[in-house]
Design a protein around this ligand. Structure first.
Ligand SMILES: [Fe+2]
Length: 433
């Protein structure tokens, strides 16, 4: 066994453990009643997420990579996300909380045994560079973010605590010019990149301006105070229809507080912090704000160029700050804090052009629909990405405070319906040069 392979096994084991610690925290913070309750029709009961995480780990690592006998073949169907809509999941004969905990622990024991014994160099694409393990790490971390969003929708006394995010040594505002020219988008080399991030390809991106920071609560409140929600001029026809049908009047969880605004965050209500990014807005709200501000949302190639392009070499980096993985100095990730940090709080995470906090804090809506890159090939299954391609979904980039560092990078692509705002979504603006 090479040192590289050993190092890879250690990294996978550490990542699996970190994901499971977070899953445990999110599912042990509430009682069994809260675990089986549906806190919103948009979300699964937490106990479904828990057993589903185990079910995917069993399918891919225990059965597929390990070639071992199934642990619970009888529940495959129950935890297949494509068989049951979230709204229907509470009525399924789900495992109880204690059964679900026992199940995921059993699966994890077997998965770690597979990790110890699997050959990672047997020529199978599924195991090369530990891909299947990386996919399962990212899957659990993605459900940890989903479960965090469920916590935000849960009524009742607060159960989650975390220190406040760092403040900004120097506030960041304004915009930068990204010169026009070719840029290499996507990746061939990121070992745990998912099918939709591949392959790397050149795109010509005309010059544009992009905001140095995400739109803040103060900026967004100015749009509200200017009557932005009552003026169809700022909204696209589809956005205006939704704004009216859904009765949107402010970001989710906001309420009037005297002449300002307060928000309820994980069960605690407080004034919104003016210099922190606005969160829990849908694509239509982001688009309307941008138009009101005389700007627009960046396209996906623009966002990725702002995040990855190194003007000194013309090369695309893994992250805005370089190729090193994120640390606590670079970005607000991993649920270390339970809200986004002020614009300018992570100067070491800025891109060479001085664009801040592209990674972490809030997922950023961009103007593009979901499509495969040139030469797209579904891997390891069509339902990972391909079935979502088309105009129904809008892209979100960069991860949020709820995203783990294993589940985001400069090339990472997330998508959702343009009406969704239970996710930790914000945005920044751009404009033509
Ligand atoms: Fe899933």
């Amino acid at each position: 066994m090479t040192i590289e392979t050993e190092r890879l096994r250690d990294r996978v084991a550490a990542d699996l453990l970190r994901a499971r610690d977070r899953t445990a925290l999110l599912t042990e913070a509430v009682d069994d009643g809260d675990l089986i309750r549906q806190h919103s029709p948009l979300m699964s009961p937490l106990v479904w997420d828990l057993a589903h995480v185990g079910s995917q780990e069993e399918l891919w690592l225990v059965r597929d990579v390990g070639g071992r006998d199934p642990v619970r073949p009888d529940i495959d169907e129950l935890y297949d996300a494509f068989k049951h809509a979230r709204a229907d999941r509470p009525d399924l004969p789900l495992l109880t909380p204690s059964e679900a905990r026992r199940y995921v622990a059993q699966v994890r024991d077997k998965a770690l045994d597979v990790l110890d014994h699997a050959r990672l160099d047997d020529g199978r694409r599924l195991v090369a560079d530990g891909f299947a393990f990386g996919m399962i790490v990212q899957h659990e971390q993605q459900h940890d973010e989903t479960m965090l969003a469920t916590h935000q929708l849960r009524a009742g006394a607060p159960v989650l605590t975390a220190p406040p995010p760092p403040t900004a040594p120097t506030p960041v505002n304004g915009e930068v010019l990204v010169p026009g020219g070719p840029f290499t988008m996507g990746t061939d080399t990121e070992p745990w990149a998912l099918d939709n991030e591949r392959s790397s390809h050149q795109v010509f991106v005309p010059a544009f301006h992009i905001d140095r920071a995400a739109v803040t609560n103060a900026q967004y409140a100015a749009f509200l105070d200017a009557g932005g929600y009552d003026d169809p001029r700022w909204w696209s026809p589809a956005g205006w229809d939704h704004r009216q049908a859904a009765g949107l009047t402010a970001p989710a969880h906001w309420q009037r507080d005297g002449d300002g605004w307060a928000a309820t965050v994980f069960g605690r209500t407080a004034r919104v912090v003016p210099e922190e990014p606005v969160v829990h807005v849908c694509f239509w709200e982001a688009e309307a704000y941008a138009k009101w501000a005389g700007k627009r949302l960046p396209t996906e190639p623009e966002w990725e160029k702002a995040a990855r392009w190194d003007p000194a070499t013309g090369r695309s980096r893994r992250f805005p700050w370089g190729d090193d993985p994120p640390t606590a100095r670079h970005a607000n990730l991993g649920q270390r804090h339970l809200r986004p940090a002020a614009a300018g709080a992570f100067p070491e995470g800025a891109s060479p052009l001085g664009v801040h906090q592209l990674i972490g804090d809030v997922w950023e809506w961009v103007a593009s629909d979901f499509a495969g890159y040139p030469g797209f090939a579904a891997f390891p299954y069509r339902e990972y990405s391909e079935v979502f391609f088309g105009p129904d979904y809008k892209m979100l980039r960069g991860g949020s405070f709820g995203t783990d560092s294993a589940a985001v990078r400069g090339t990472f692509r997330n998508w959702d319906y343009p009406i969704r705002r239970q996710i930790f979504s914000g945005f920044r603006c751009a404009r033509d040069a």
